[in-house]
Design a protein around this ligand. Sequence first.
Ligand code: ATP
Ligand code: MG
Length: 421
Amino acid sequence: MRQSHLFTKTRKEVPSDETSKNATLLLRAGYIHKEFSGVYAYLPLGLRVINKIIEIIREEMNNIEGQEISLTALQEKSTWDATDRWDDSKVDVWFKTALKNGTELGLAITHEEPITKMMSQYVRSFRDLPKYVYQFQTKFRNETRAKSGIMRTREFIMKDLYSFCKTKEEQDHYYKKAQDAYIKVFKRLGLGDITYLTFASGGIFSKYSHEFQTICENGEDEIYVHHKKKIAINKEVLTDEVLKDLDVKREDLSIEKASEVGNIFSLGTRFSEALNLSYTDENGEKQLAWMGSYGLGPARIMGVIVESFADDKGLVWPEAVAPFSLHLITIAKDKENDSYKKAEEIYKKLTDAGVEVLFDDREESAGAKFADSDLLGIPMRVVVSDKSIALGGVEIKERKSDKSEIISVEELLKTYKPNCE
Ligand code: ATP
Ligand code: MG
């Protein structure tokens, strides 16, 4: 992509009500647009990042037999009455509206109820289970507190997977599989070292549920971390009994600020009972399905990545989610200049080879281009100038380490796409 074509621009000022580090940087770099407090739009660069996060999650959900669907945001009151989750006194984050005939509707806060109801139309016998279904879908929540930028918004995409099993054992087995898949996701996202499997309260069907908490200075949660065991305990469940269960000592735990990037629950038969999701077993007897739900927040993850890696010059993206792999910059303003032509030639070769390149072909000063490049945070900068050509090629500089060197154009092409000439 040519930077001169990009409609977004970097800027110094952000809306005065913006206090979070993640949204401030993303707004300044033009990745997102603030519609109003707690509601953000994704612009070309930001959408590329969120889509990369989504794609990594999708691959790992497909690896554990997830089937992708897309449920509706519009929800009928009756579906939620069945589990007593409609009334504002029970769930206080609903956005509600109505049809012209008066029928009450709400914008989905989550999807346990509608998916259980839907599955009841397909599940008949033991042969129909287990099944695992997931989506990336918009949730609406009238959150009171919206001060964490894109990490807590009133409209956000969630990856929610639901498992439907025959027995508790089958459900427990899948729960463990999903837990392992989540660990893989965070590793691939570059957050593996700072994300902890966290024990939280489980409810009536299981002793624990699990959260995935990423250490983050501006996170809203506090967790008790056991660094050696790579686990953490949620504040609410820190009791002597839990310490004993997990075989950890209180003095080996350190309290850390963190952000809940994902969570997994065993739902037992709560929803299947309320919404009539049953099957006929091998003996012809009617049984309730056992369920689990597994959430991940791509935008919260993006926010945590920003908070964790950004420095005083701007964003720093891990390779796996960066909007582009390379930021190619030409210093020459004159299109007839040899180094400008060289940059054009390199841009063409790289894009032809399928490398994701943002090409700063704008008529800006070198200083302005470098400052923008630091703010945008693409992992590797490639500068083409008369000087770099005289020295034998291009200057590459890693955003994270600031390390730079001159390499030949051939080497650049070989590094980024080994199979192009
Ligand atoms: P929290 O306690 O932070 O409000 P939650 O318990 O409501 O989270 P879930 O309903 O289980 O979270 O949602 C699953 C995932 O969706 C969370 O782990 C988080 O990554 C993401 N998420 C939840 N609420 C928001 C929000 N308001 N904005 C952005 N992402 C969110
Ligand atoms: Mg919440």
